[in-house]
Design a protein around this ligand. Structure first.
Ligand code: FES
Length: 170
Protein backbone atom coordinates (compact mmCIF):
# COMPACT_ATOMS: atom_id res chain seq x y z
CA UNK A 1 0.00 0.00 0.00
CA UNK A 2 1.33 3.41 -0.87
CA UNK A 3 1.65 6.27 1.66
CA UNK A 4 -1.21 8.34 0.21
CA UNK A 5 -3.90 5.68 0.64
CA UNK A 6 -5.28 5.74 4.14
CA UNK A 7 -7.37 2.73 5.09
CA UNK A 8 -9.85 4.58 7.20
CA UNK A 9 -13.39 5.97 7.01
CA UNK A 10 -12.12 9.39 8.17
CA UNK A 11 -11.61 11.61 5.14
CA UNK A 12 -8.15 12.93 4.57
CA UNK A 13 -9.24 16.63 4.78
CA UNK A 14 -10.43 16.11 8.37
CA UNK A 15 -6.96 15.02 9.38
CA UNK A 16 -5.40 18.06 7.76
CA UNK A 17 -8.01 20.57 8.91
CA UNK A 18 -9.18 19.34 12.32
CA UNK A 19 -12.12 21.66 12.85
CA UNK A 20 -14.55 20.53 15.49
CA UNK A 21 -17.76 22.42 16.02
CA UNK A 22 -17.56 21.92 19.75
CA UNK A 23 -14.24 23.72 19.80
CA UNK A 24 -15.25 26.63 17.61
CA UNK A 25 -16.61 28.70 20.46
CA UNK A 26 -13.96 27.71 22.94
CA UNK A 27 -11.95 30.68 24.14
CA UNK A 28 -8.91 29.90 26.17
CA UNK A 29 -8.05 31.82 29.31
CA UNK A 30 -5.01 33.23 27.56
CA UNK A 31 -7.09 34.53 24.63
CA UNK A 32 -9.64 36.03 27.00
CA UNK A 33 -6.93 37.76 29.05
CA UNK A 34 -5.33 39.08 25.89
CA UNK A 35 -8.68 40.45 24.72
CA UNK A 36 -9.32 42.15 28.08
CA UNK A 37 -5.82 43.64 28.18
CA UNK A 38 -6.02 45.05 24.66
CA UNK A 39 -9.52 46.41 25.19
CA UNK A 40 -8.53 48.05 28.48
CA UNK A 41 -5.46 49.56 26.88
CA UNK A 42 -7.55 50.93 24.02
CA UNK A 43 -10.02 52.47 26.47
CA UNK A 44 -7.18 53.99 28.49
CA UNK A 45 -5.66 55.58 25.40
CA UNK A 46 -9.08 56.90 24.33
CA UNK A 47 -9.76 58.44 27.74
CA UNK A 48 -6.32 60.05 27.87
CA UNK A 49 -6.95 61.57 24.45
CA UNK A 50 -10.34 62.97 25.57
CA UNK A 51 -8.72 64.35 28.73
CA UNK A 52 -5.96 66.04 26.75
CA UNK A 53 -8.54 67.57 24.38
CA UNK A 54 -10.64 68.95 27.23
CA UNK A 55 -7.58 70.43 28.96
CA UNK A 56 -6.42 72.11 25.78
CA UNK A 57 -9.87 73.63 25.19
CA UNK A 58 -10.58 74.58 28.78
CA UNK A 59 -7.74 77.00 29.25
CA UNK A 60 -7.01 78.88 26.06
CA UNK A 61 -4.07 81.18 26.39
CA UNK A 62 -5.64 84.54 25.62
CA UNK A 63 -3.22 87.15 24.35
CA UNK A 64 -3.05 90.56 26.00
CA UNK A 65 -3.68 93.22 23.41
CA UNK A 66 -3.57 96.97 23.83
CA UNK A 67 -6.79 98.18 22.29
CA UNK A 68 -6.82 101.93 22.87
CA UNK A 69 -5.82 104.81 25.08
CA UNK A 70 -8.64 105.37 27.56
CA UNK A 71 -9.18 109.00 26.56
CA UNK A 72 -8.70 108.41 22.87
CA UNK A 73 -12.43 107.81 22.34
CA UNK A 74 -15.17 110.30 23.17
CA UNK A 75 -18.15 109.19 25.26
CA UNK A 76 -20.44 107.37 22.85
CA UNK A 77 -17.54 106.84 20.49
CA UNK A 78 -16.43 103.59 18.93
CA UNK A 79 -13.19 101.92 17.97
CA UNK A 80 -12.82 98.65 16.10
CA UNK A 81 -10.00 96.21 16.63
CA UNK A 82 -9.22 92.52 16.13
CA UNK A 83 -8.98 90.05 18.99
CA UNK A 84 -7.72 87.39 19.68
CA UNK A 85 -6.61 86.96 16.06
CA UNK A 86 -6.63 89.25 13.05
CA UNK A 87 -9.65 87.32 11.76
CA UNK A 88 -11.80 88.21 14.80
CA UNK A 89 -13.19 91.75 14.45
CA UNK A 90 -14.32 93.42 17.67
CA UNK A 91 -15.94 96.69 18.60
CA UNK A 92 -15.17 98.90 21.60
CA UNK A 93 -17.65 101.48 22.83
CA UNK A 94 -17.09 104.13 25.47
CA UNK A 95 -20.41 104.09 27.28
CA UNK A 96 -19.58 106.67 29.94
CA UNK A 97 -16.83 108.88 31.27
CA UNK A 98 -15.15 105.88 32.81
CA UNK A 99 -16.88 102.84 31.32
CA UNK A 100 -16.07 100.84 28.23
CA UNK A 101 -17.51 97.69 26.69
CA UNK A 102 -16.16 95.52 23.91
CA UNK A 103 -17.78 92.69 21.97
CA UNK A 104 -17.13 90.55 18.99
CA UNK A 105 -18.31 92.40 15.93
CA UNK A 106 -19.52 89.25 14.20
CA UNK A 107 -23.26 88.85 14.36
CA UNK A 108 -24.12 85.48 15.88
CA UNK A 109 -26.66 84.85 13.13
CA UNK A 110 -24.66 84.80 9.90
CA UNK A 111 -21.53 86.76 10.85
CA UNK A 112 -22.32 90.15 9.35
CA UNK A 113 -20.54 93.02 11.10
CA UNK A 114 -22.64 94.69 13.78
CA UNK A 115 -22.31 98.43 14.43
CA UNK A 116 -23.14 100.66 17.37
CA UNK A 117 -26.33 102.67 16.91
CA UNK A 118 -25.78 105.57 19.29
CA UNK A 119 -29.32 106.98 19.05
CA UNK A 120 -30.82 103.69 20.28
CA UNK A 121 -27.81 102.69 22.39
CA UNK A 122 -27.61 99.17 20.95
CA UNK A 123 -25.71 97.12 18.41
CA UNK A 124 -27.46 96.56 15.14
CA UNK A 125 -26.85 94.07 12.39
CA UNK A 126 -27.78 95.47 8.98
CA UNK A 127 -28.22 92.09 7.30
CA UNK A 128 -31.44 90.88 8.95
CA UNK A 129 -32.19 93.53 11.55
CA UNK A 130 -30.69 91.72 14.51
CA UNK A 131 -30.31 93.96 17.57
CA UNK A 132 -28.11 93.37 20.61
CA UNK A 133 -27.97 94.99 24.04
CA UNK A 134 -24.93 97.10 24.76
CA UNK A 135 -25.15 96.16 28.44
CA UNK A 136 -24.49 92.44 28.03
CA UNK A 137 -24.57 91.65 24.31
CA UNK A 138 -27.85 89.74 24.61
CA UNK A 139 -30.25 89.53 21.68
CA UNK A 140 -32.97 92.18 21.76
CA UNK A 141 -34.62 91.36 18.46
CA UNK A 142 -34.17 89.52 15.19
CA UNK A 143 -33.00 86.12 14.05
CA UNK A 144 -29.81 85.74 16.14
CA UNK A 145 -30.19 83.20 18.95
CA UNK A 146 -26.93 83.82 20.79
CA UNK A 147 -25.51 86.89 22.46
CA UNK A 148 -22.43 88.66 21.16
CA UNK A 149 -19.30 87.28 22.86
CA UNK A 150 -17.91 89.88 25.25
CA UNK A 151 -14.27 90.91 25.24
CA UNK A 152 -13.01 91.44 28.78
CA UNK A 153 -11.02 94.64 29.21
CA UNK A 154 -8.45 95.61 31.76
CA UNK A 155 -7.37 99.14 32.54
CA UNK A 156 -3.62 99.53 32.84
CA UNK A 157 -2.74 103.13 33.48
CA UNK A 158 -4.26 105.04 30.63
CA UNK A 159 -4.60 102.02 28.39
CA UNK A 160 -7.37 99.55 27.68
CA UNK A 161 -6.13 95.99 27.32
CA UNK A 162 -8.18 93.10 25.92
CA UNK A 163 -7.48 90.08 28.10
CA UNK A 164 -9.93 87.37 26.99
CA UNK A 165 -13.20 86.56 25.26
CA UNK A 166 -15.80 85.65 27.83
CA UNK A 167 -18.28 82.86 27.54
CA UNK A 168 -21.50 83.71 25.85
CA UNK A 169 -24.02 85.59 27.96
CA UNK A 170 -27.23 83.63 27.67
S1 FES B 1 -26.42 88.18 10.02
FE1 FES B 1 -26.99 89.48 11.64
S2 FES B 1 -29.09 89.25 11.76
FE2 FES B 1 -28.53 87.92 10.19
Amino acid sequence: MSWFCKPSSVPLWRDEFPVFTAGERYVSRRQFTKFLTLTSFGMLVGNLWILAQSWSRRAPAWPRLRVAEADEIAVGGVKTFSYPTAADPCILVRTGADSYVAYSQKCTHLSCAVYYEKARNRFECPCHQGFFSIADGSVLQGPPRRALPRVALERAGGQLIAIRVEAENA
